[in-house]
Ligand binder design. Sequence first.
Ligand code: ADP
Length: 146
Amino acid sequence: MRTAIFPGSFDPFTVGHKSIVERGCRLFDKVIVAVGINSNKRCRRSVEQRLKDIRDVFRDNPKVEVASYSGLTVEFARSTGAGFILRGVREVKDFEYERNLADVNSSISDIETVFLCAEPELSFISSSMVRELESFGFDVSRFIAR
Ligand code: ADP
């Protein structure tokens, strides 16, 4: 069984994230959305809230599981039996960051990283942009996955 984890902060889980998971489901038998707990990052939503929201999005998709983890992403991947890390790439800046992360992870484990390019119409959407709009009281519902 081919399993991938899709790690991230998902604060919040956007339509861009959802698209990567759905496309990942065509490549893998199982995709585990992995909410990383990072004490250095101040998040707007609690981990519990993010887990609940993401589970709601995929309630009818039996290929998707949702979990939280702390520590090294490759160790979490290994603990679930996943051989792959799924990541989305929006632009060149993402690519440089993601390639470096993938190189580090492949040097310390046998986990392969698979990149999917963002859908063009979703490539401007980021969690940080959504949080910023929210902070001004703007209705961000169009960007949040449901
Ligand atoms: P992190 O905090 O690890 O950067 P994010 O929650 O911001 O994680 O994003 C998780 C993954 O989703 C990353 O690989 C990121 O590049 C990807 N991603 C974020 N927004 C989009 C989008 N609009 N389209 C495609 N991929 C995206």
